[in-house]
Design a protein around this ligand. Structure first.
Ligand SMILES: [Zn+2]
Length: 195
């Protein structure tokens, strides 16, 4: 099973709420009823999910903590080990070309993939089999999040507005009402290559 795949047993119960906050652009932000400091990173609230790998694997779903760990530590989405080769290049297998940030940098939600796992990843995923693109990059930096966006409603309630939206980390106002599910990274010196 790929490292980033989510499992049924990793679902956690949670309750969203709107809370006053001096750090928020408009003085209020999305939170959990029982929020702790580790629920927040890069200005966003993060989707709570376990890392037990118990229960049935959910093939199409990505585990949020493991996806974020892969991005921050440049770990392989298949085996969970380092994706940096001897030349210091980070390897990627992407189903489509990366997006472009406002500043003109390529960015992606896809975690890196070590060189050894590229054939494995191709074989496992029908989407990747034929048209997957192999890239290397010199560096990857947090750029944004994929998030569900909420809006405040009466009684400090949070109402879902949009599902799976890309939000840059400098969009502070939108981040205040984002529930992040994946980390986006911008890619420095990205180059197409062959596996
Ligand atoms: Zn690997």
């Amino acid at each position: 099973m790929p490292y980033v795949t989510a499992y049924e047993g990793e679902a956690l119960a949670y309750q969203l709420v709107v809370e006053p906050s001096a750090e928020a652009t408009e003085g209020i932000r999305l939170s959990y009823v029982d929020a702790v400091e580790t629920d927040r990173l890069y200005g966003a609230l993060w989707y709570r999910q376990g890392i037990t790998k118990t229960g049935r694997p959910l093939w199409k779903l990505i585990n949020t903590p493991r996806q974020r760990r892969c991005m921050m530590r440049l770990l392989c989405q298949v085996c969970g080990r380092s994706t940096v080769d001897d030349d210091g290049r980070i390897w990627w297998l992407m189903p489509e070309p990366p997006g472009t940030t406002g500043g003109g940098m390529p960015f992606t939600h896809v975690p890196p993939c070590c060189r050894a796992c590229i054939p494995v990843a191709r074989a496992m995923c029908p989407r990747l089999r034929h048209k997957a693109l192999v890239y290397t990059a010199r560096d990857a930096e947090p750029f944004g999040v994929v998030a569900d966006l909420y809006r405040p409603a009466a009684g400090l309630k949070a109402v879902l507005l949009q599902h799976a939206v890309e939000v840059p980390l400098d969009a502070f106002r939108r981040l205040d009402f984002a529930l992040a599910t994946q980390l986006l990274v911008s890619l420095d010196d990205l180059q197409r290559t062959e596996a």
